[in-house]
Design a protein. Structure first.
Length: 203
């Protein structure tokens, strides 16, 4: 199953409504021992694990993701994992993602017309889509105890802050130490006396 975050022409971008039906399917997973929601910024992680700038040359590091799942399972049972990326990246790695039990979310580039002149540019929709779905899941899933943000991007600081405000423990997974924003790292909870921050690739 894949989710396409594109809105239909003339339809407001209301992710709470668009994804409600999908989210409700997973609420039954949030039982007593199933408390962690995982949100993955796939392109951010792939780039920072493998140190390539050309996404077309990247393979899927399944071993790294297996290790990540094992580490997260030591903290709490992972109830649902959403993975976000541009359409071409999600499509390229879709078989691996589904094989891991992840829920791929397609985040296509959107054309944004500049205020001056007639030129336009394309904008990535991964971050806002991931933030909106994270907020929706937190509001609908009363059994959550942990939110795991798999990205080192400081754009997810507001999501981490909201998770803490709701009483959730935050876990952070980054591709490497260089890509991990200190402000985001600061929201990570403590687990067995250590900060719950994991690097998929050591610098």
């Amino acid at each position: 199953m894949e989710i396409d975050s594109r809105r239909r022409k003339g339809t407001p971008m209301n992710f709470a409504r668009i994804f409600r039906a999908v989210i409700l399917r997973f609420l039954s997973l949030f039982e007593k021992n199933s408390k962690m929601l995982v949100l993955i910024d796939l392109e951010n992680i792939l780039l920072n694990i493998q140190n390539f700038r050309d996404m077309s040359s990247l393979g899927f590091p399944q071993k790294k993701f297996d290790e990540m799942i094992g580490q997260l399972g030591k903290i709490a049972q992972v109830a649902a994992t959403f993975v976000f990326g541009p359409t071409n990246t999600i499509t390229r790695h879709g078989d691996y993602l589904r094989g891991l039990g992840f829920i791929p979310v397609l985040c296509p580039l959107v054309v944004h017309k500049k205020e001056t002149g007639s030129s336009s540019d394309k904008r990535d929709t991964v971050d806002p889509t991931m933030i909106e779905i994270g907020r929706t899941m937190m509001s609908l899933s009363s059994g959550l105890t942990h939110l795991c943000i798999v990205s080192g991007d400081s754009d997810f600081v507001p999501l981490a802050r909201e998770a803490q405000r709701r009483g959730l423990d935050v876990v952070v997974v980054a591709g490497n130490g260089t890509s991990l924003a200190n402000e985001l790292k600061g929201f990570a909870c403590s687990h067995k006396g250590e900060q719950a921050v994991f690097l998929l690739k050591e610098d």
